[in-house]
Design a protein around this ligand. Sequence first.
Ligand SMILES: [Ca+2]
Ligand SMILES: [Ca+2]
Ligand SMILES: [Ca+2]
Length: 225
Amino acid sequence: MEMKRLLILGIVVALCIVAMPVAAQTDDECVVTAGGSPISGNGIVPDYVTECINPTCADLGYAFEFKIDPPNADTYPVDSLGDIRVTRDGDFFNWSSDFGIDAVIAKGGVNANAYIYDPPFESFGDSELAAPADCGQPYNQCGLSHITFCYTPVPPTDTDGDGVPDTEDNCPDVPNEDQLDTDGDGIGDACEEAVPAPEFPSLALPAALIIGTIGMVYVIKTREK
Ligand SMILES: [Ca+2]
Ligand SMILES: [Ca+2]
Ligand SMILES: [Ca+2]
């Protein structure tokens, strides 16, 4: 009987151990520590990101990201914003862009470096970035697995608020969502100056004189009768 109790107790304990949650690495568990290395060419000291599998720009508080994996040296078009250009020097890399970048995540091994530009200001290029040297080897032994660029697109200026950006609006100061342009001259109907009605002074004056003369002749003739 005692053996049976022990057996049941053992089964219960085993089931409890199986049911215990296993601590899993997830992207929302990133630990960010200031003072990483290496410092970039622009003098940015990276944040050292650990404890998560693949840190994303959302983990750093940025809404948009462009991930380059594998991180080959190349030119990468990003939607309508422009290009991001990457060059490599071993496991270090340089980058430049046509639009403002808020942060760059350099991932290699199990950890990552996050080079934060904005705040204070977004950047259009930097050099000598790398993944953290956390594998006990020189940087060129640690590897660079991917690069993620974080950015915040600036909405185009729309002065009149009609939903058509100034650069495409045929009446940039007059709300005209329909962009109607009847005569097709590139200026919208809503702001096209009314063309003045044609005047014919050279004809109007003689006509008045003729009519006046006929009238006077008629009056004189009438009185003579
Ligand atoms: Ca507009
Ligand atoms: Ca408009
Ligand atoms: Ca027009």
